[in-house]
Ligand binder design. Structure first.
Ligand SMILES: Cc1ncc(C[n+]2csc(CCOP(=O)(O)OP(=O)(O)O)c2C)c(N)n1
Length: 361
C-alpha cells in the first residue's frame, strides 16, 4: 500500500512515501494506545481478560504492510492487535471483541478475548491451541495456488508455539509445493514463564528454515522498516512462485503474558527494566522525527486523533448490547447467520438461512 508522493531520503531508502511512514507510525501508536486502554478496562473490571501485543507492534506493522489488504490473507495469533489494525480492523473492532458484544466483528462475542479475526479483512479467526493457525494459512496458500489468484498467506506465532508439530508439517508441505506462504515467528524470548533457552536448542528459530529448503530471516523487531523490508522480500518471493519464507522477528514482551499472570515472579527486575530501550514505538518515532517526516505538528495531530479514536471506540463498545443468552449455542459450529441483518463479519451467499431456527450440526 503506497500513499502520497512526498519522499524523504528515509522513505526513498525503503521504496515508500512519507505518507506511508506516517500511516505506519500511526498504526503502531494506535495499537499501543488500544492495548493500554485494554489493561485499564481490565483492571477496572470492565473486560475479563487481556493478552497484549505491547512490544510486538513495530514488527507486526512492518511485516503486514507489504501484503495487500482484502486480497492476501493473514492467520494472526492472540498478540496480533497491530497486525489486525494494519490489515483493516479498527480500534472499535478490537474493543468490541474485548467486550464480547453481540456485534463484535471477530465472532459476535463467541471467541475468547484476544481471538481477533474478520473475514471481510481476510483475517482468519484463531484457535486457542497454539500454532493451529499454521495449517489454516498453509491451506489458504494451497488454495491460492490451485485457484491461481496470486494471493499470499501469512501467519504469525510466538517462538514457543513454533515448536508444535503443526509447524513442521505445514512448513514442509509449503516448501515442497513452493506455496505463497510466509511464517512469521515473533520471538519475545519467553513462552509464558519459560525462557527461549529452554524452548529451543538453536539460537534462532529461523535457523530451522534450511531444513525445509527455504530462506530463514532474522530481523530486529524494534526496527519497523527492517521488518517492512523483510516482509516485502518474502511477499515478492511468494508472488513470484518461489515459495515460502520463515521470518523471525526478535521482539520484546513489555507486559506479563496476560492479565492473569504476574511476570515479576519469573522475570528478573533487571530484565524488565531494560525492555523499554528495545521498544519499537519510541525508536520509530525518533527515526521519523530525525528524518523530518514526523514533525511536531503532525505528532500532536496524530496523538489527538488516536486519543479520540480509542475513547470513541471504548464508549461505543461499552454501550453495545451483549449477545442474547438464548443465542449462546448458535454459530458455535458451522451454521449460517440466522437473522435478517447480515452478520458483522460479512458472511453472505448461497445457503444462508434467515429463519432463526439455528439448527446446529
Ligand atoms: C497447544 C497448546 N499448548 C499450550 C497452550 C497454553 N499456552 C498458551 S500461550 C502459551 C505460550 C506460547 O508462547 P509463545 O509461542 O512463545 O508466544 P508468546 O505468548 O510468548 O507470544 C502456552 C503454552 C495452548 N494455548 N495451546
Amino acid at each position: 500500500m503506497t500513499t502520497g508522493s512526498a519522499q524523504s531520503d528515509l522513505a526513498a531508502s525503503v521504496g515508500l512515501t512519507d505518507a506511508d511512514l506516517i500511516a505506519m507510525y500511526r498504526t503502531v501508536a494506535l495499537a499501543r494506545a488500544v492495548d493500554e486502554r485494554m489493561w485499564i478496562l481490565n483492571r477496572a473490571g470492565r473486560i475479563p481478560f487481556v493478552i497484549s501485543g505491547q512490544g510486538h507492534e513495530g514488527a507486526q506493522v512492518g511485516l503486514a504492510w507489504p501484503l495487500e489488504r482484502k486480497k492476501d490473507w493473514i492467520a494472526p495469533f492472540y498478540r496480533s492487535i497491530a497486525t489486525c489494525l494494519a490489515f483493516g480492523m479498527s480500534a472499535q473492532d478490537i474493543l468490541m471483541a474485548q467486550y464480547a458484544k453481540a456485534a463484535d466483528p471477530s465472532s459476535g462475542g463467541r471467541q475468547m478475548p484476544g481471538h481477533y479475526g474478520n473475514a471481510e479483512n481476510h483475517l482468519v479467526s484463531l484457535s486457542s491451541p497454539v500454532a493451529t493457525q499454521m495449517l489454516h494459512a498453509v491451506g489458504i496458500a494451497l488454495a491460492a495456488r490451485i485457484r491461481k489468484t496470486g494471493q499470499v498467506a501469512m501467519t504469525s506465532m510466538g517462538e514457543g508455539s513454533s515448536n508444535q508439530g503443526d509447524v513442521h508439517e505445514g512448513l514442509n508441505f509449503a516448501a515442497i509445493h513452493r506455496l505463497p506462504f510466509i511464517l512469521v515467528v515473533e520471538n519475545n524470548g519467553s513462552a509464558i514463564s519459560v525462557p527461549a533457552s529452554q524452548e529451543l536448542a538453536t539460537e534462532h528459530v529461523a535457523d530451522r528454515a534450511s531444513g525445509y529448503g527455504i530462506p530463514g530471516v532474522v530481523v530486529d523487531g524494534s526496527d519497523v522498516l527492517a521488518c517492512y523490508a523483510a516482509g516485502r522480500e518474502a511477499v515478492e518471493r511468494a508472488r513470484r512462485g518461489d515459495g515460502p519464507t520463515l521470518i523471525e522477528a526478535k521482539v520484546i514482551r513489555l507486559t506479563a503474558h496476560s492479565s492473569d499472570d504476574q511476570q515479576t515472579k519469573y522475570r528478573p527486575e533487571q530484565e524488565l527494566a531494560g525492555l523499554k530501550a528495545m521498544d519499537a514505538l519510541p525508536q520509530f518515532r525518533s527515526q521519523l522525527a530525525e528524518a523530518g517526516v514526523l514533525t511536531e505538528a503532525v505528532e500532536v495531530r496524530l496523538n489527538a486523533e488516536i486519543k479520540a479514536e480509542v475513547h470513541a471506540a471504548t464508549e461505543y463498545a461499552e454501550a453495545q448490547p451483549d449477545p442474547e443468552p438464548s443465542t449462546a449455542m448458535q454459530w458455535v459450529y458451522a451454521e449460517e447467520w440466522p437473522s435478517e441483518t447480515p452478520p458483522p463479519w460479512g458472511l453472505t451467499g448461497p445457503g444462508t438461512s434467515h429463519d432463526g431456527s439455528g439448527g446446529g450440526h
